[in-house]
Design a protein around this ligand. Structure first.
Ligand SMILES: NC(=O)c1ccc[n+]([C@@H]2O[C@H](COP(=O)([O-])OP(=O)(O)OC[C@H]3O[C@@H](n4cnc5c(N)ncnc54)[C@H](OP(=O)(O)O)[C@@H]3O)[C@@H](O)[C@H]2O)c1
Length: 347
């Protein structure tokens, strides 16, 4: 393949909605000796992409970014100092390209694709070689593009902290979006019993097919934390993947067992009064841990699990590159279960 000199890429010159997504053409910079050039095959969307486009992402974004954090593609050129990679290998860069191992730092957080630095909604992308992981062999590019943010966040929440998930633990996942569906699948793959909530009975049927043993419709059962306590004979769950934020967090601490674990991940459920939170947390000796995606090392460990159990990501719908805005609208409509993907390359 001849090395391209240009790339078609989306940018967000303004950030008050998806209508700002603008497809442009830009020259590719010269490859540094420690970098690789990737042909982007597929990109998956996150809730984060929606709020970056709306200008409400709370963790900071650059002016006029190329959006998108999660991609799968192939290496088409390699810097002269890069070792251990070949042209043609199927790879993804880690979400924060400099988060190689260990804890995040302010400097690492500032390397998150698609907000503080330009992202991956582009035909070709240059990334540092130290950000790369190999794609599990049984996954297509569309499937593999769902792993860097949603899957790694769920993996880190359940298996990246201390204490980690043990077989036999109860895990609560909220809603059927990207992080929660991966949380369900990773928990089941690790021998846990999963309780899933959703606004929709139809989506809960899908959650059951994926291995959730108990399901609760949080619209029909607004006091779902009481239902969780009933299911667990009053004990509560061992782990909660808390994606709702202020709107759900008090219920999550009611639903978790004494000294259980609440991974603080998201804020899809809107605002609410959380002034009781410190008292509830200390009163049950709960472990709360903020999760910021994960490191490349955790991504590699997660891929070992994905390969071992042949875990298949749930891809709800695939859109063409030219229809990226439709993909954003669909993700925003919350009709999806799992992941929404944009197919970037035609082959
Ligand atoms: N900290 C991190 O590292 C990290 C990483 C990834 C994502 N996040 C955050 O995690 C959250 C989820 O991200 P995502 O990309 O997985 O989102 P997503 O795929 O867009 O998921 C949205 C889903 O959340 C569910 N939901 C909405 N309101 C809810 C409520 N009140 N209670 C329970 N579930 C509700 C809905 O599912 P149902 O229709 O089934 O109810 C909805 O479809 C976001 O806030 C995101 O910013 C954080």
């Amino acid at each position: 393949m001849s090395i391209p000199q240009k790339t078609r890429e989306y940018r967000l010159p303004k950030v008050d909605g998806f209508h700002n997504l603008t497809l442009t053409e830009a020259p590719l910079p010269k490859l540094k000796s420690t970098e690789v050039l990737l042909k982007v095959h597929a990109v998956s969307l996150q809730y984060r992409d929606l709020i970056v486009a709306k200008g409400t992402y709370p963790l900071g974004q650059k002016e006029n970014p190329v959006p998108g954090s999660d991609m799968a593609g192939e290496i088409i050129a390699i810097g002269e100092d890069v070792k251990g990679w070949k042209v043609g290998e199927r790879v993804s860069p880690n979400f924060a390209v400099d988060h190689v191992f260990g804890d995040p730092t302010a400097e690492i957080k500032a390397t998150g694709l698609g907000a503080p630095i330009d992202g991956v909604l582009t035909e070709y992308k240059i990334v540092p070689a130290h950000s790369l992981v190999r794609i599990p062999e049984h996954l297509s590019y569309e499937e593999a593009s769902t792993l860097p943010c949603a899957a790694l966040t769920a993996y880190n929440a359940l298996l990246g902290g201390n204490p980690v998930l043990k077989g036999g633990d109860f895990v609560l996942v909220q809603g059927t979006g990207g992080v929660s569906i991966f949380g369900l699948q990773i928990a089941v793959a690790s021998g846990a019993t999963v309780i899933a909530t959703s606004s929709s009975d139809k989506k809960l049927e899908t959650a059951k097919k994926l291995g959730a043993k108990y399901v609760i419709n949080y619209k029909k059962t607004p006091n779902w934390e009481e239902e969780v306590l009933k299911i667990t004979n009053g004990r509560g769950v061992d782990h909660v993947l808390e994606v709702g934020g202020p709107g759900t967090i008090l219920k999550s601490v009611e639903a978790v067992r004494y000294a259980g674990n609440v991974a603080v991940i998201g804020f899809v459920a809107g605002q609410a009064d959380t002034s009781q939170l410190p008292l509830l947390v200390l009163g049950k000796a709960i472990n709360m841990r903020g999760v910021l995606i994960g490191s490349r090392q955790q991504f590699e460990e997660m891929n070992r699990l994905i390969e071992a159990v042949k875990l298949k990501p749930v891809v709800d719908k695939v859109f063409n590159f030219e229809h990226a805005r439709d993909a954003y609208e669909y993700q925003d409509s919350q009709q999806h279960v799992g992941k929404v993907v944009i197919k970037v390359s035609k082959d």
